[in-house]
Design a protein around this ligand. Structure first.
Ligand code: SAM
Length: 287
């Protein structure tokens, strides 16, 4: 065999091999796609929760979509927030927060709902910001959250209240329908359209803790605190008087002494601000 016929033979072998490879590839693709078409989706892919289904401490009932968005509006969620939902169901509050650019984590006891939430987050393109953990909400660390978006029973909220008041002052807790016992909402709204049922939204702003004695320039303030509502007395020159119109909004405080209105900010063991009314100018107080 001369060198040119060897070359011709080599080329025809190469061509046959290439044809066979193309054929096998096409066959492989066909087999793979028909296999994919025939294998039913994994059970978890088709998991569909039923409203009212049993949950560990509360059943699953989803917040209506319009309520979810309005809750986040009322809590003024931005990309700077870290949002958590305790009992996050199918993930809707957390995914909606992720769509607003916030970092968000849902805690859900039911692992099927956690799987569904993760798939929903991926489908909606927010899996990098919105994530879910399987766990008990009563054991969850909420200390870093700036916003909680919740739909729980009053009894659940009561158990969580000690953790709520330990959150950073100014954190917002926005709830659907059921409220927190003994804590007046800072804002409440009933949605009349696009919503049925479970359409009352309540906002609670975590107050700085100020109960106790504070020294002002000329007297002593003694405060009692029920969430954001303050009561107390001011004592100066041996005279004691009740303070009036006294409340917190996050770390901001206001109260009245006689005809003078005090507004200011609390930072640890110090408060400072401005007076108006019968006296004006700056004021400070120390614990
Ligand atoms: C009323 S649904 C609210 C779902 C969601 N937050 C919403 O607004 O649509 C309450 C959820 O809490 C979950 N859950 C019940 N007990 C729990 C617990 N101890 N820890 C975590 N999740 C719990 C239930 O499985 C259910 O998904």
């Amino acid at each position: 065999m001369d060198s040119s016929s060897r070359f011709t033979d080599r080329r025809s072998v190469d061509a046959r091999a290439a044809r066979a490879a193309r054929w096998m590839l096409a066959l492989g693709v066909t087999l793979l796609s028909s296999a994919c078409a025939q294998v039913p989706p994994a059970a978890e892919e088709t998991y569909k929760p039923t409203p009212g289904q049993v949950g560990k401490d509360v059943v699953w009932v989803p917040s209506p979509p319009a309520v979810v968005e309005r809750m986040l509006d009322i809590a003024k969620v931005t990309r700077d927030d870290f949002v958590m939902d305790l009992g996050s169901g199918d993930g809707r509050n957390i995914i909606a927060a992720g769509r607003r650019g916030a970092r968000a984590v849902g805690v859900e006891f039911n692992p099927d709902l956690v799987g569904l939430s993760n798939r929903n987050a991926a489908r909606q393109g927010v899996a990098d910001r919105a994530s879910f953990v399987q766990g008990d909400m009563f054991a969850a660390d909420i200390s870093q959250a700036s916003v909680l978006a919740l739909f729980l029973l009053t009894d659940n909220l009561r158990r969580l209240t000690p953790k709520f008041i330990d959150m950073k002052p100014g954190s917002r807790i926005v709830v659907n329908y059921f409220g927190i016992d003994g804590w007046q909402p800072d804002y409440e709204e009933e949605m009349k359209s696009d919503c049925e049922p479970w359409c009352v939204i309540k906002l609670y702003i975590v107050p700085a803790r100020v109960a106790g004695k504070w020294r002002l320039a000329e007297g002593e303030l003694e405060l009692e605190q029920r969430f954001q509502v303050l009561f107390g007395t001011y004592t100066a020159n041996g005279k004691k008087a009740d303070i009036t119109n006294a409340r917190m909004e996050g770390d901001r405080i206001r109260f009245g002494i006689g005809g003078v209105q005090y507004t200011g900010r609390v930072q640890g063991s110090r408060m400072e601000g401005e007076r108006s009314g019968g006296a004006t100018g700056a004021w400070t107080a120390q614990r």
